[in-house]
Write a protein that binds this ligand. Structure first.
Ligand code: TRH
Length: 382
């Protein structure tokens, strides 16, 4: 059953809002044959994620998605069968009026931010009557079977496994990005770590550890907010994509921002990933590698409860010691504190953390993905 979908996205900041909605839109088209319009109010952010996109176009097509500029002066548009407002953005009043007048009425969904907190379970899928007289349903992504699940394309984990079994493909992918990991004495090559994070006052203490480690590390840093701290530690300025700096056993390389599929491959190639926000956090879990989550900071400190809620789920199958070490590292990282001691302790659980990351990935992949859950929700509703 084909249906039309309108997805509305306000870019608050960074890339997560548009990253999530573009991923969802593409999957609705590719795997469910839906007709999708993605309304984005900041095409510059979109163009970073989607090379080839035109940041000035009123309307453009990418991977079968009709990407439309959501202008402040809204031009009338016929509402779709399903309307998603992402992350509680506000639909244009005229569009809501048009939804009211439409027969049949569209299904109106608010796609919420990702959280592992338990209360999400009780709120997922609940309706709320709006002043317009239309019901709006709240749809929560999540890690529990009682939520809407996580975005995951069909065959994603199988594609990763095949890539991992193909060193030539990995090498070619890295070489395309100008990455040539230094040969290590016993482990084949230097340990690869990706670093996609926000500003972090204690970053230098972590880089000190990596530089002093007996194993070589090749740190891959996509252009973005953390670069300032990296530069300060290196004592240089103006680093751009392609720049490589070496300090003792640490090689730091700045990477260009790449398309979402390539960012996935980068995560798959790394032994450890530092990720942030929402979408890169989920992708790092699908990569099946140990990670640090730099959570998006909220004014009222609400992010700490989210961090703890995730850890509570994630640590269940880990030994108490490894769980405590990981918690300490994540907490220090997110508080911008010195990382030296906690990172060294975490290193002693490397093997256990690696096995756990893969197990967690496979366990999460048993659930329906978010896009399938949304389509199912619509089917049940009509
Ligand atoms: O960019 P983020 O920090 O985004 C967000 C937003 O700030 C949002 O307002 C906030 O609410 C949310 O975090 C929690 O982090 P995120 O979610 O990981 O989004 C980054 C996107 O960028 C993700 O889709 C992956 C993509 N990406 C690429 O496509 N190529 C790259 O090279 C990199 C580094 C990332």
């Amino acid at each position: 059953m084909k249906a039309s979908w309108d997805i509305f996205c306000t870019v608050v900041d960074n890339f997560g809002d548009v990253g999530v909605t573009f991923r969802l839109a593409r999957q609705l088209v590719a795997e469910h044959g839906m007709h999708v319009r993605l309304w984005v109010d900041d095409l510059a952010a979109f163009a970073r994620l989607c090379p080839g996109a035109d940041a000035t176009a009123e309307q453009q097509w990418h991977d079968g998605v009709n990407v439309c500029f959501w202008a402040k002066d809204w031009q009338a548009a016929e509402p779709a069968d399903v309307v998603i407002e992402a992350f509680a953005c506000h639909l244009p009043a005229a569009y809501i009026e048009a939804m009211k007048a439409r027969n049949p009425r569209p299904l109106w969904l608010n796609l919420e931010y990702l959280s592992a907190e338990e209360w999400v379970t009780g709120c997922h899928g609940l309706p709320s009557l709006q002043s317009s007289g239309i019901q709006k349903f709240f749809f929560f992504p999540g890690f529990r079977t009682t939520t809407g699940g996580l975005l995951r394309e069909t065959g994603l984990i199988e594609r990763r496994h095949a890539f991992e079994l193909n060193p030539a493909a990995q090498q070619a992918f890295l070489a395309d990005l100008g990455i040539y990991p230094q040969a290590g004495a016993s482990q084949g090559h230097a340990r690869l770590i990706s670093l996609f994070a926000y500003e972090h006052a204690g970053l230098g203490s972590w880089l000190d550890c990596l530089a002093a480690d007996s194993r070589p590390t090749h740190l891959l840093v996509p252009e973005g907010r953390v670069i300032g701290d990296v530069q300060r530690w290196l004592g240089v300025e103006g680093l751009e994509a392609g720049a490589v700096q070496v300090r003792d056993n640490l090689t730091v390389q700045v990477l260009p921002f790449v398309r979402q599929e390539d960012y996935d491959r980068l995560l798959w190639c790394c032994d450890f990933n530092v990720v942030r926000g929402e979408d890169s956090f989920v992708r790092a879990q699908w990569a099946g590698k140990p990670l640090i989550w730099h959570i998006y900071e909220q004014d009222d400190d609400a992010h700490w409860a989210k961090l703890d809620a995730f850890l509570e789920l994630y640590l269940k199958e880990l030994s108490v010691e490894a769980g405590a070490a990981l918690t300490e590292v994540w907490r220090n990282w997110n508080a911008g504190q010195d990382m030296a001691q906690s990172w060294k302790t975490l290193e002693t659980y490397r093997g256990e953390l690696a096995a756990h990351a893969e197990r967690w990935c496979l366990e999460q992949a048993l659930q329906d993905d978010l896009t399938t859950a949304l389509v199912q929700f619509y089917r049940n509703w009509i």
